[in-house]
Design a protein around this ligand. Structure first.
Ligand code: AMP
Length: 402
């Protein structure tokens, strides 16, 4: 199926797609849209950046009816993802005015209560705050016809599955459910069996492989040279926009300080869950607009965030969870653009590195950074550590500024 007009979407939605500048459906859209328009439940797995949001948003908007409030509920694991889905919903409903209300924690209740009083058609929510509203009686789900459970494996990681079950329990049994999860561990399979009716399975591009537009490599280095190697990578890389991932919030703060103090001229923002919601929103908006060219983030930012045009990703550590590797490097190489992802690897992370390679089913290239004074090259050579004399290399090429 090669164009949107053949998929059965309504006229106003087709016009909005044209306005958004989308020419052809992505593979997941080509499969999910006609299936959802036929009223079928879907269980979908696809790489991030494949157009998953439109794959569920377009057929739902096409099928919505007047005077049922709210008739669509979309559950997202994080506030950022919820806000991103809201943007897309608003984009696609340009010619079919739709009242979309965003419900998430970390902000006051005032605006949300005002929004709820306007009879929303669609609620996009994170589980905790939605349950608060449900217990206060400010949201009722008895008119829900369309339920989207997005990034369910992330909800599992964040401990939201019991909340998700309580929410689904309050939705009518007669509904259409679209369920997306990059991986399908036992608990998620059990949930899927409970919420879905005879679902159509859609899997695009393999659950595990990173997008083939991303060139990725490990940069082995001694533990105590990690920071130096990171700064050298930042300095020598010709990036336009760079995401650096860390495991902990503290590490993100420390690295932000380090990068800011270094010779780089980059404007640096930090994104993690201890940062106030308003500052997180500013950091993301600033990164999207180009005000910040580097963002240092924990995994909260890795899943599904739609930041287009990220040219480079650096993992300061190998992710402990192999699947996070794919999510992190998936921030680049989106929508068929090319991207580079570098992962700094130290001896204590060799097992995690192997786990990542097993998970994606590929050996990841080990690279050495030119002009960097490696203390020893054991991890590079795959031979026992042997000290080598540090020598200063010539200056590497400075990165290009926009
Ligand atoms: P998603 O996987 O939903 O996060 O989407 C990733 C990016 O691809 C977003 O920036 C979308 O706006 C963009 N996108 C989605 N579908 C299409 C399409 N059919 N053509 C061009 N861009 C698209």
């Amino acid at each position: 199926m090669s164009n949107f007009a053949e998929l059965g979407l309504s006229r106003p939605i087709l016009r909005a797609i044209e306005k958004a500048g989308y020419e052809n459906p992505t593979p997941i859209q080509a499969q999910a849209i006609p299936t959802a328009l036929n009223g079928r439940d879907i269980i979908g797995a696809s790489q991030t950046g494949t157009g998953k949001t439109a794959a569920f948003a377009l057929p739902i908007l096409s099928q919505m009816v007047p005077d049922e409030h709210p008739q669509c509920l979309i559950l997202e694991p994080t506030r950022e993802l919820a806000a991103q889905v809201e943007d897309q919903m608003n984009l696609f409903s340009y010619y079919r005015p739709t009242n979309v209300v965003l419900i998430h924690g970390g902000v006051g209740y005032g605006n949300q209560l005002e929004g709820l009083e306007t009879n929303p058609d669609v609620i996009i929510a994170t589980p905790g705050r939605l349950l608060d509203h449900m217990s206060k009686g400010t949201i009722r789900l008895d008119k829900i016809k369309f339920l989207v459970l997005d990034e369910v494996d992330r909800m599992l990681d964040m401990g939201f599955l019991p909340d998700v079950r309580r929410i689904i329990d309050q939705c009518p049994k007669e509904r259409q459910t679209l369920f997306f999860s990059a991986t399908m561990p036992g608990q998620i399979e059990t949930l899927a069996n409970w919420v879905l009716k005879d679902p159509v399975e859609i899997e695009v591009g393999g659950r595990r492989a990173p997008a083939d537009t991303v060139s990725h490599a490990f940069y082995p280095v001694a533990m105590d040279q990690r920071d130096d190697l990171l700064l050298a990578l930042v300095d020598q890389t010709h990036f336009d926009s760079l995401m650096i991932f860390t495991r902990t919030k503290k590490e993100a703060d420390t690295l932000a300080h380090l990068v800011k103090q270094s010779a780089t001229e980059a404007n640096v923002a930090v994104l993690h869950s201890d940062i106030r919601q308003s500052d997180r929103t500013k950091a993301l908006a600033g990164f999207r607009s180009g005000e910040f060219d580097v963002i240092i983030a924990t995994d909260i930012a890795a899943r599904g965030l739609d930041v287009s045009g990220v040219t480079h990703v650096i993992n300061y550590r190998v992710p402990e969870n192999a699947e996070d590797y794919v999510h992190r490097i998936g921030r680049t190489g989106r929508a068929q653009q090319e991207g580079d992802a570098f992962t700094i690897l130290s001896a204590d992370e060799v097992d995690f590195a192997k786990a990542v390679e097993n998970y994606i089913g590929q050996k990841i290239e080990r690279r050495k950074l030119d002009n960097f004074d490696y203390i020893y090259t054991a991890l590079l050579d795959d031979s026992p550590p042997r000290p080598i004399r540090a020598k200063r290399g010539g200056g590497g090429g400075k990165r290009r500024r926009r």
